[in-house]
Design a protein around this ligand. Structure first.
Ligand code: CDT
Length: 312
């Protein structure tokens, strides 16, 4: 029996600070309907998909900051997305800022969920690799204050049985770290979903920043190939409140080949028929982990966080 699934990435153009969730959800519903027209069964939306990318600003007022967070998912304003997806029989991945009160303690996470075609939340992931800074960098108009507004995710990198396969997820900066993919691949991941917001000026060094699109592509292709998994990644893109963010939403096969890629930086759907069995060839040969990995030699990966150079 074929396990070919029509997967779409719903890239979103900029979301203005003044845009309401209701306006944003209308755009997402339009993308869902286009996905349905193209036969897609699962749609990947971006990171923090319901609001503008607020970590670019220093926000001292907690009430103003918390207005970007969701205390429930779905909420009254986001529910129409869930209802439409269920009506269309489409599952989806979507990112949002999560305010959770657990055991009497308030937490702020950068979160993503997978919702299946029946409208049930199958899984939740909280972003582990938080980029940027906790304090504003002097002289920068656009900051990247994820380390200030979120705490690192506490759910690990689980995978779930859904879409007749094994599916995992991560969020934006996670895609640059090989550990992200490998932990999911060791649980048999066949599809990894990723949403992202990637500004094209995050170091301020042109030699680096001009390669932002390339580094994005390189990370996804390496992650897919080295772990014999499909990768579907959706951007929030375009010029958002004065910051340019890359598009290049794409679907990458377990071979490392790009199968579909967005050509704009606006709302744009790309889709592809993805055979979840395609990774099997790689999993049985070059990346047969059980035969070829040597974990006893990899201890430093989990024991050491930063670099310690050998003594001179
Ligand atoms: N959202 C997110 O994680 N963005 C980062 C930007 C670079 S770090 C300031 C990324 O890795 O794409």
């Amino acid at each position: 029996m074929s396990r070919t699934i029509n997967i779409a990435c719903a890239q979103m153009g900029p979301i203005a600070k003044a845009d309401t969730r209701t306006q944003v959800v209308k755009r997402q519903i339009a993308l869902l309907r286009e996905a349905k027209a193209r036969g897609a069964e699962f749609v990947v939306f971006p990171e923090l998909a319901f609001t503008t990318f607020f970590p670019r600003w220093l926000i001292d007022d907690q009430q103003e900051l918390d207005a970007y967070f969701e205390t429930e998912m779905p909420s009254l304003e986001t529910l129409p997305l869930f209802e439409e997806a269920k009506k269309l029989g489409i599952g989806f991945y979507i990112g949002y800022a999560e305010l959770a009160v657990e055991h009497g303690v308030t937490h702020h996470f950068n979160t993503a969920i997978i919702v299946d075609a029946s409208g049930s939340v199958v899984g939740k992931y909280r972003k582990i690799h938080l980029p940027g800074h906790a304090e504003p960098v002097p002289g920068r108009t656009a900051q990247h204050l994820e380390k200030r507004y979120f705490e690192p995710g506490d759910l690990g990198f689980p995978v779930w049985r859904t879409l007749d396969g094994i599916v995992g997820m991560c969020i934006c900066n996670d895609r640059r770290w090989p550990e992200t993919y490998r932990v999911m691949a060791l649980q048999g991941a066949e599809l990894i979903c990723i949403g992202y917001n990637t500004p094209d000026n995050h170091t301020g060094v042109f030699d680096f920043d001009q390669l932002t699109g390339f580094h994005h592509q390189l990370s996804l292709q390496a992650g897919a190939y080295q772990n014999a998994t499909w990768v579907a990644a959706a951007a929030k893109a375009g010029c958002e409140e004065g910051t340019n963010m890359i598009g290049l939403s794409m679907i990458v096969a377990p071979s490392g080949q790009i199968i579909a890629m967005a050509s704009t930086t606006g709302d744009e759907l790309v889709n592809a028929k993805c055979d979840l069995d395609m990774g099997t060839l790689y999993k049985r040969t070059i990346f047969d982990f059980a035969r070829h990995r040597e974990p006893s030699q990899y201890g430093l990966i989990v024991e050491r966080k930063g670099v310690i150079e050998p003594a001179r």
